[in-house]
Design a protein around this ligand. Sequence first.
Ligand SMILES: [Zn+2]
Length: 400
Amino acid sequence: MTNKPSITFQVTARDGDARAGVITTRRGEIETPVFMPVGTAGTVKGIRFEALETELDARIILGNTYHLWLRPGIEVIRGCGGLHRFMSWQRPLLTDSGGFQVWSLGDLRKISEEGTEFRSHVDGSLQFLSPEVSMQVQAALGSDIVMAFDECAEGEASIETARTSMELTARWAQRSRAEFDRLQADGSDTGRTDANETLSGGQALFGIVQGASQLDLRRESLHRTMEIGFDGYAIGGLSVGEAKSVMWRVVDAVTPDMPSDRPRYLMGVGTPEDLLEAVSRGIDMFDCVLPTRNGRTGQAFTSRGKVNVKNAQWAVDTKPLDEDCECSVCRRHSRAYLRHLYQSGEMLAGVLLTHHNLAFFLDTMRRVRQSIRSGEFPKFRQAFTEKLNEHEQKNALINA
Ligand SMILES: [Zn+2]
């Protein structure tokens, strides 16, 4: 166990199981429930940091251990004073452990008790990632929230496979904790300084609950993770192709036993509807590539459902993407113009759509927090969902 918490979490309002709160990190406060834009390779693809800070007011973004470790490598990032300084972002950063990326390599990786061996997607070289290496890389990156190194099992894994994987994750969580504590003690965390001063707090470490779709294993995983002791708890291995009903069963099995005074993070989720569903079940933190990745492929998330800008129906549509969105893209540009940019292969198409999508996700979460604070979350959620569905049904008729 650590002596002093690196982050604090205060629940400030509850509405049913939904909760609003504040995570205080060494780099500032994060209001929850929060959506964290994904910055894979030290960049949230397609958007400048100025926009993330000022217009969108993103309080925390993600960095990706696997990608940054392979390129540019930790020597470069350490040499530039840590990831915050390297990319010039002084707000909180969460880094994943690399476990999920390595798991996604499928047959290209080999798992042993010690760790995972795999071939780099950058240059084909043989690499080895373990709990210790993951903690060392995340210390060099200097993120404010570090994730334990875990092993993911397929959603449909048999009970034997899921148990083996969950037990390995529990042993790796213990090793992650030990190595993390050693690195904190010896000052390896490059994130201790920002542009002006030395920060007081260390990095925070989150544990990850695994166990595929086996509810007993999920509960056992949570309890074993809690015994080790972490600053926050994440539910991993979901949103990897399993049915939505499976995901909610797992969330429902785990959240009642999660410590109420620590942040709860549902990894890799999801659509706006998923975020609201998870908030109603007591989740505080989310990350997902949907707003950025779909933005680059011409899809916008709006209050009236998804809009594919490539559709011919928008060719002379002078309305904004979302008439209820206050973002600078919706205030300035029409669907017709965005469609033209996309059809012409202009890079601005992806930039503008990414901006709007992130604005929509972050604004939705802002409204979710307000509604929890005013005790009107169920009402907000119902109105939000009805508006979304009304348009999706209309779209289905048009496209039929
Ligand atoms: Zn907008």
